[in-house]
Design a protein around this ligand. Sequence first.
Ligand SMILES: [Zn+2]
Length: 397
Amino acid sequence: MGRGFRIGRIFGIDIRVDWSWLFIFALVTWNLSSVFSQSHSGWGPTLVWGLSLLAALLFFASVLGHELAHSLVAKSQGVPVRNITLFMFGGVSNIQHDPESAGGEFWMALVGPLTSLVLGAILLLIGGSAVGSIRGITNAAQIVAQLSPLTTLVIWLGSVNVTLGIFNLIPGFPLDGGRVLRSILWAASGDLRRATRWAAAVGQLIAWAMILAGIAMVFGLQIPYFGTGLVGGMWLAFIGWFLNNASTQSYQQLVVHDILEQTTVERIMRVDPPTVPVNSTVSELVHDHVMGTDDYGFPVLDLGRLAGIVTLDDVRRVARDKWDAVVVREIMTPANQLYTVDPGDDAADAFDKLTQNGIRQLPVVRGSELVGLLRRRDIVKWLQLHSEMFGRRRPSI
Ligand SMILES: [Zn+2]
């Protein structure tokens, strides 16, 4: 995450575009231009490329509409939404945590595909009425050739939205359909973890079916609806591989969360971590601290209080010949810009802070007094210990 750029803000939600999405944008535009120029020999290149570009942009707006529907229902249930990111396989709403209830999850998941299906149906009805007004031609290719640019655009966009809705209803977790399935299993069993395990297992099953079907297509087999061929087959297998990863990861995350919820930061953190005085030079930092350990970040103290954190990346930004002149205070991240945790905090919440912000360690503070350091690897070690002791599957982060 974080590779990409922000394009705006709607309903208080940041809209971001991942770099991989630009690739899909170009692919859709290019593919459409060849489809349009083949089906409408009378259209000039300006019309073909202009319409293809417009269609790709409206496709982007459709995916955004789908994600906004998820996000708005999430917000209406009091679940915060950090941003919506559009990437290679569509969009993702970064919703802070799962809903509290099965009913909440059900509606939050269902509203996305529902939005796509309703939008698609309306567009197809509008496009269909225009097709119906063409009289005296029965040949399908001739009818398509007669369609105006606007009708062509409306019909294409309508079918894309219907496909988007149907694909997302595939009942494999973490796709929308899998979330709907999970909410039903959750309501029936009252056990969120078991419901997630089942929905993720269905997701993996579907993912493997996609991978196998994709490979079969590469070798020339005809698969109903998907057809055959190298490009289509590889694409299907690729989506299957992506879904398989997502299913496995979502389940592991839940297991990790469950284990960490049972403990506090105080029990996992490193007590008495090596600290650096705020006025040390970079040279002292390197020789007295960095070289002696394999730590990455060091809390910086000013008269016993936490003043900030200095990391190896901060050191790397200082030229070697300036190490004796620059002091730690100048290169550290100051305390007021740091995420910190309390020793009594839930370890699961601390873990979320680490992963969501992409950081490696959290200072553990009581007031402004540093009492420890919680590193990612402390959590991994604890999880490994826990899984060895209790025979659970070893989670990977
Ligand atoms: Zn969705």
